[in-house]
Design a protein around this ligand. Structure first.
Ligand code: ADP
Ligand code: MG
Length: 353
């Protein structure tokens, strides 16, 4: 990475009895959309608030454009922030809410008017500038909050579950708007969510968090296809976790051997290992000899475009498999032989630390 826009070096947060964030290092490139994804309580908001300067760090350094800002007051950081609950001033008009960061910075009136106008056009609210927040829908209020976060041309924009208070239809709409906004503005964005679909749709890279530390940082597709840990595999997408014993660079499951293209991730021979195979990467084998797994069909859900099979593996483990719809009927109770490409058999570590 050329000089990162944001450079987090060993930042940590302790409260009297709890560690909200273990020492964490993370770099965000200029113009990048990076998402902090993880379950509730994993430390996402804590990290975001320390970047914003709204929570003090207990250790480590934060650099913005190469300059240390760890102890710089929030209002001097040139960082825009959007929260879940809009946090608009209820007694100020839409225009004045968006103008607020510029008034704080004592920008001349003409410049202020032009910048607020541009920001409101960008979120398609130019026609509602004189309304009060309570006269707007939730989605519109959140768009005002976006406009306010970008109006002063900040170096970095932070968003903490900005769609969390909206219903699903609005969430889907605004997700696409945020994507478009990022493409147009090319701002560096750090975004927090616990929703994997949101993270996959929006992000250049995802920083997956678990129990106060970073589990994995990767592009969405890499996180899906090559998660490093059991947690990462289970948190993002659906997963079949298959346990076996390492044997000559392969994985023995019952009578059969599973080949993996990720041998560098396997523990030593004779050690137990868990591998991931995504449901859509399992295929029905043409012959029993070609199979690497064997089982019985327990249930078939035909959704038209796809069929989802529940399979009880020979070793007693449950497997899920997705196949395209149509084709021959699949009988419940029948024996099936399954295979997977070596590329799609991904050994997992128990944990990231
Ligand atoms: P997330 O945003 O991922 O849901 P948070 O960053 O809000 O998680 O919280 C991480 C952990 O830090 C949680 O266990 C939470 O209870 C704890 N925590 C957050 N704020 C405080 C606080 N002010 N005092 C004590 N513990 C806190
Ligand atoms: Mg949070």
């Amino acid at each position: 990475m050329t000089r990162p826009k944001l450079d987090i070096r060993g930042v940590t947060k302790r409260y009297s009895e709890a560690t909200a964030l273990q020492p964490t290092s993370l770099q965000v490139a200029p113009g990048e959309f990076l998402t902090l994804l993880g379950p509730s309580g994993s430390g996402k908001t804590t990290l975001l608030m320390m970047i914003a300067g709204l929570t003090e760090t207990s250790g480590g350094e934060i650099l913005l454009d190469g300059k240390e800002i760890t102890r710089t007051p929030a209002y001097q950081r040139e960082i825009g922030v959007v929260f879940q609950n809009y946090a608009l001033f209820p007694h100020l008009s839409v225009f004045e809410n968006v103008a607020f960061p510029l008034r704080m910075r004592k920008r001349p009136e003409a410049e202020l008017k032009a910048a607020v106008g541009r920001a409101l056009e960008l979120v398609r609210l130019g026609h509602l500038a004189t309304r009060l927040p309570r006269e707007l829908s939730g989605g519109q209020q959140q768009r005002v909050a976006f406009a306010r976060a970008i109006v002063f041309d900040p170096q970095l924009v932070l968003m903490d579950e900005p769609l969390g208070a909206l219903d699903k239809k609005l969430r889907d709409e605004l997700k696409l708007e945020i994507r478009k906004l990022h493409a147009e503005l090319k701002k560096t964005i750090v975004y927090v969510t616990h929703d994997q679909d949101e993270a996959m749709l929006l992000s250049d890279r995802v920083c997956l968090m678990n129990e106060a530390r970073v589990e994995q940082v990767d592009a969405p597709v890499a996180l899906y296809e090559r998660p490093r840990t059991r947690f990462a595999a289970s948190f993002v997408g659906e997963s079949n976790l298959i346990t076996g014993i390492v044997e000559d660079g392969r994985v023995r499951v019952g009578e059969r051997l599973l080949a993996t293209a990720h041998g560098d991730r396997l523990p030593a021979s004779d050690q137990p290992v868990t591998v991931l195979i995504r449901p859509e990467r399992l295929r029905l084998a043409p012959t029993p000899q070609a199979a690497c797994l064997q089982g019985k069909v327990v249930d078939v859900i035909d959704l038209g475009s796809v069929r989802r099979l529940s399979i009880l593996g020979d070793d007693g483990a449950g497997l899920t498999m997705t196949v395209l719809g149509g084709g021959q009927p699949i009988e419940i109770g029948g024996d099936v032989w399954l295979m997977a490409a070596a590329e799609d058999v991904v050994p997992l570590m128990e944990s990231a630390s």
